[in-house]
Each structure stands twice: as structure tokens, then as C-alpha cells.
Design a protein around this ligand. Structure first.
Ligand code: F1P
Length: 343
């Protein structure tokens, strides 16, 4: 394929099928996952990865702690490797959930090596390729081949691996009703991709915009970080992520008529989040909202928020993809980037 962005477009568009296949893997692994039920067993659950998979870790840790009460955090793999004293709890066993699309990123492998050598606890790995080193390093290794990609920037891999962490959190929460809701995500993802492609194209092609701010709080912060990374990698555009209220503490100095505020709206704190967006609109910025209802990109899913947050990803990815094409770039080949970082 040499049409610009052909791989990325295909990977974004086939996410619903990848999610269905991923859920089959998860369903088949339930009995292996259940014994890791973290509550009471571990002092902490640490999710780790690099780049996209670190951002995934931020979203997964917030979700797991919110759903189960188990203390959980996210840490870049390099921090676990270089600064274990600052990264791990001083006592108690840890469950390390190591996430990597490729299964070969050096920092993630070295963090797992050190974790094992120091007998810190148990490891679950999540990756997309069975024949790569990470895929045999865990006490449990979950492989999600439907996330595998040809593109450098992660889209399908990110959402499929993230879905696996949502399924784990839901399973460990004991909320069978939520686990049942996961199966509705592929059809909803398809609807959103079809319905909102024109908005993503229109905004992606709008060259009066020169900066993008992705706002998300709680479990949506990691997703906002990932969408910000897509905008940088694919379209070489100035982009930053923030927790909603944080934007008032300095970053708002950067709001101009060329700023698009992309808000991942929550159920619980939607009034506070809209207030931030309204303030930035008054300062001249433009807004794009994603959420269950009354948003530019509305999910209308009737699913629990913990399950439906993933639906913000496809439209946000499309925005970066369209902007990349509009700037004459190739989304499949981000500038200066390699698919795997080996050091
Ligand atoms: C992580 C990652 C990607 C990034 C780039 C380099 O890879 O940082 O997020 O887009 O391609 O690698 P992985 O460990 O998830 O394979």
C-alpha cells in the first residue's frame, strides 16, 4: 500500500473487529485472570509501558482503582528500571501489568527483568505478538493479535490493549453486569466511526487551528494523553493533554482563536468540565466535546462510564489522521519515529 495513510486508516476503521476478537481472548482467559484478583493480595498494582502504552497505563490504573478500591498506579517502564526506589511501595507484593504492542520495547523488558530478579511479585503481560520476548515474561501472558499493526503510531493496538485492561478491571470488580456490557462496544465503535467521520475531517482539515488541547479527568486523562500523542505523531501539530481544572492553572494563557479544546466529558463532573470549556471559549478558543450525550461526538451507548470511555478513541484518532493528510504528511510514517524503541 503506498496511498498515504492507508495502513493507519485501515487500522482505525477495523477497531470494532479487533475489539470483538480481543474480547474473545479475554473471555477465554477469565479463569486464568481470576486468581490474580488484586484486592487484598497486593500492596499495589502497577501498570507500565512506554509512550502510548504508558498513557494506556494511566487510564487503566485510574479505572482499576476506581472500580475495585485496589491501590493502583501507572509508571513509565524507564522509571521502574532506573528509579525502582521511587517507583515501588517500600513493602508488600506488587502486581505488575506490563503493556506493549510490540513486546520488544527495551525499557519494558528491562523493567520486567528487574522486577523478577528482585522478587517483587507477579507479572501479567499484555501484547500483540506471540513470538516477541514480553509474551513469555509474565506469570500470565495475554496476547491480542487483533491489535497488531503495520503503522508506527498506535491506534488499533492501543484501543484493543486498553479494552483488555478494562475487561480485567471489570472482572476483578465482580460487576458481572459491566462485563456483559463489553460485548456492545464493537457495534457502538462502528456507529461512531461512521457517524462522526465528517466532523473529524472538517476539523482535521481546518488550518485556522494551530494547537490542540485534550482535556480529560480520572480514567479519561490517560486517553486524553494518547489522543494528544496521536496529534503530535501523525500531524506534527502542537498538542498537549491536561486534567480539566489544571487548564486554568497556566495553560489557558495559550488560548487563541486557533486553539481547539477537545473535552472528554464525564458523567460525575460534567458541570465542572463544561465550565472549563466555557471559560476557554470566552477567551477565544474553540471546543469539541466527546461524551455520552449533549456532546459534538455523542456515544448514546447507555453503557456504564467505565466501559464506554473507550468510545472517545476512534473519533479522536480520526482527527489526527485527517489533519496529517491535510498537511500533506503520511500518517503511516510519523517523522523521526520508529515502531519500536530499542536502546
Ligand atoms: C511504545 C511506543 C509507541 C510509539 C512508538 C515507539 O511501543 O512508544 O507508543 O508510538 O512507535 O514505541 P510498545 O512498547 O507499545 O510496542
Amino acid at each position: 500500500m503506498d496511498e498515504r495513510g492507508a495502513f493507519t486508516r485501515e487500522e482505525i476503521q477495523t477497531q470494532p473487529e479487533a475489539w470483538s476478537a480481543g474480547l474473545e481472548v479475554l473471555n477465554g482467559s477469565r479463569s486464568k485472570l481470576e486468581p490474580f484478583l488484586p484486592t487484598g493480595k497486593y500492596a499495589q498494582v502497577i501498570f507500565t509501558g512506554c509512550g502510548s502504552t504508558y498513557y494506556l497505563s494511566l487510564a487503566a490504573a485510574a479505572l482499576l482503582q476506581g472500580l475495585t478500591g485496589q491501590c493502583a498506579r501507572a509508571c513509565p517502564a524507564s522509571e521502574l528500571w532506573f528509579y525502582p526506589g521511587s517507583s515501588y511501595p517500600t513493602s508488600g507484593r506488587v502486581l505488575l501489568v506490563a503493556v506493549s504492542r510490540s513486546g520488544e520495547t527495551t525499557e519494558t523488558l528491562r523493567a520486567c527483568d528487574a522486577f523478577k530478579a528482585n522478587g517483587r511479585g507477579d507479572i501479567i503481560t499484555l501484547s500483540c505478538y506471540p513470538d516477541q520476548p514480553l509474551a513469555t515474561m509474565g506469570d500470565l501472558n495475554l496476547i491480542l493479535p487483533s491489535g497488531a499493526e503495520k503503522s508506527v503510531a498506535q491506534t488499533r493496538a492501543f484501543s484493543t490493549l486498553y479494552l483488555a485492561t478494562v475487561a480485567m478491571a471489570v472482572l476483578w470488580s465482580g460487576r458481572g453486569d459491566l462485563y456483559g456490557e463489553l460485548g456492545q462496544l464493537p457495534a457502538l465503535g462502528r456507529l461512531i466511526l461512521d457517524k462522526y467521520a465528517p466532523i473529524a475531517r472538517q476539523l482535521g482539515q481546518d488550518m485556522s487551528l494551530d494547537r490542540f488541547y485534550f482535556l480529560g479527568s480520572g480514567p479519561r486523562y490517560g486517553l486524553a494523553c494518547e489522543l494528544n500523542l496521536k496529534m503530535k505523531e501523525m500531524s506534527l501539530t502542537f498538542s498537549e493533554p491536561f486534567h480539566f481544572p489544571e487548564f486554568r492553572h497556566g495553560p489557558k494563557s495559550m488560548v487563541t482563536p486557533g486553539a481547539l479544546m477537545v473535552g472528554l466529558i464525564s458523567e460525575l463532573n460534567h458541570a465542572q468540565e463544561w465550565a472549563v470549556l466555557d471559560d476557554m471559549q470566552r477567551l477565544g478558543g474553540r471546543i469539541l466535546t466527546l461524551g455520552e450525550e449533549k456532546c459534538d461526538i455523542a456515544f448514546h451507548s447507555s453503557l456504564d462510564e467505565s466501559v464506554r470511555n473507550i468510545l472517545a478513541l476512534p473519533a479522536g484518532q480520526m482527527l489526527a489522521y485527517e489533519r496529517s493528510l491535510a498537511k500533506g504528511l503520511n500518517p503511516d510514517r510519523p517523522t523521526n519515529l520508529d515502531t519500536v524503541v530499542r536502546i
